[in-house]
Design a protein around this ligand. Structure first.
Ligand SMILES: [Zn+2]
Length: 140
């Protein structure tokens, strides 16, 4: 028996029986109580619906997330930690071990054309190429 059915049963007892001794005041109080129970049940059903919608939503988000996770992590896991980079010069795909990324002074060059594909020292030291020779010699 559902909650609504139980309250309906109570309401039936209230209407039909004479256990209250026919006292209209007492009956009114009990009717008010049953009305409150009805309202509570209505609220519970509304909550239940909202909860179901939320569960559906969370499930959909979870599905999307697992999809993204498999897209994001899946390929690298299968590849036992190797990384592919495209050579900026000739477009050749260069494979190397992921661990190399975490080492210092690493430079990975294209096996095809020899261009630097990846360098651990990306921080510029200094480019002193653009020095102007405008020393003016003053002979006095
Ligand atoms: Zn190359």
């Amino acid at each position: 028996m559902s909650l609504a059915e139980k309250v309906g049963y109570l309401r039936g007892l209230l209407e039909g029986s004479d256990f209250l001794g026919g006292d209209p005041k007492t009956k009114a109080v009990w009717e008010a109580v049953v009305d409150v129970l009805d309202s509570i049940i209505d609220d519970l059903y509304t909550l239940d619906e909202v909860q179901s919608e939320l569960e559906d939503y969370v499930r959909a988000v979870d599905d999307d997330l697992s999809l993204l996770e498999s897209e994001f992590y899946g390929e690298d896991d299968e590849d036992d930690g190797s990384i592919e980079l495209e050579c900026p010069e000739c477009g050749e795909i260069v494979c190397f071990d992921e661990d190399l990324l975490y080492e210092d002074n690493v430079e990975i060059t294209c096996f095809n054309c020899g261009a630097v594909v990846y360098s651990a020292e990306d921080i510029d030291e200094d480019d002193n190429d653009a020095e102007d020779d405008d020393d003016e010699e003053d002979d006095d």
